[in-house]
Design a protein around this ligand. Structure first.
Ligand code: CDP
Length: 239
């Protein structure tokens, strides 16, 4: 292939790493999933990985605050993200735990488990491995800052806490949990506090991330903004 042609080909084939970070209920998972579908990319839900580990810690009766015990479990655990008819399934040591990891108990402890630096170290390694070839949309708290600081596109999603709580309440209702809105606001604020103040990989906007406040946006509008930015980059790379 001529040099010019091969350059063109590589440019055309270049697959982006898209990082989407933000607090609970900001709309990042829904957006990330739809953007990945549109681009034919892989969607990697890093929160689901921390949630699966937390479920195992609970089931084994281990103290979530005990870093040494939790890291032993982490090293001895296989977490897989699979796609079935476009839906993400989460496997914990081969067992489907997709629904279980969304329980209020897991939600209330996940920020304790995910704050341990050694646990994050292991998880970040796995996430880098999963995304290293590009063609991925990865969402979480530290994707643009720690996991892929050189990501092609970094998005930080935010929204008013009341709106985030309303969305979370609706989601939980669909999963069969009827929870009072004030309880959800408290849970979200506590999780935001823990996630933002931990020493390693705290929730924060990367300096070069594009911020989207989703309080008054529809899902379609959010997806559109991210897709437009992604296409700009893809076109730049293939010109
Ligand atoms: O969906 P939701 O926003 O409730 O949270 P999630 O994305 O499922 O993440 C659950 C928890 O995992 C967060 O509150 C963080 O404590 C932790 N997490 C993290 O520490 N780092 C990530 N990259 C993703 C999630």
């Amino acid at each position: 292939m001529k040099k010019e042609m091969s350059w063109l080909f590589e440019g055309f084939m270049r697959k982006l790493i898209i990082a989407i970070d933000g607090p609970a209920g900001s709309g990042k998972s829904t957006t990330a999933k739809l953007v990945a579908q549109k681009l034919g990319y892989l969607y990697i839900d890093t929160g689901a990985m921390y949630r699966a580990l937390t479920l195992k810690v609970i089931e084994l009766g281990i103290d979530p605050g005990d870093e040494e015990e939790v890291i032993k479990v982490t090293r001895d655990t296989k977490i897989e993200l699979l796609y079935e008819n476009g839906d993400l399934r989460v496997l914990l040591d081969g067992r489907d735990v997709t629904e279980k990891i969304r329980s209020p108990e897991v939600t209330s402890l996940v920020s304790v488990v995910s704050a341990h630096p050694k646990v994050r170290d292991e998880m970040v390694k796995k996430q880098r491995e999963l995304g290293k070839n590009g063609g991925v949309v990865m969402d979480g708290r530290d994707i643009g800052t720690v996991v892929f600081p050189d990501a092609d596109l970094k998005i930080f999603m935010s929204a008013d806490v009341k709106e985030r709580a309303k969305r979370r309440q609706k989601e939980m209702k669909e999963q069969g949990f009827d929870v009072d809105i004030d309880e959800i606001i408290n849970e979200i604020e506590e999780r935001d506090r823990l996630d933002s103040t931990r020493e390693v990989g705290p929730l924060k906007k990367a300096d070069d991330a594009f911020e989207i406040d989703t309080t008054n946006l529809t899902i379609d509008e959010q997806v559109e903004i991210v897709l437009r930015k992604a296409y700009e980059l893809i076109n730049q790379n293939s010109n």
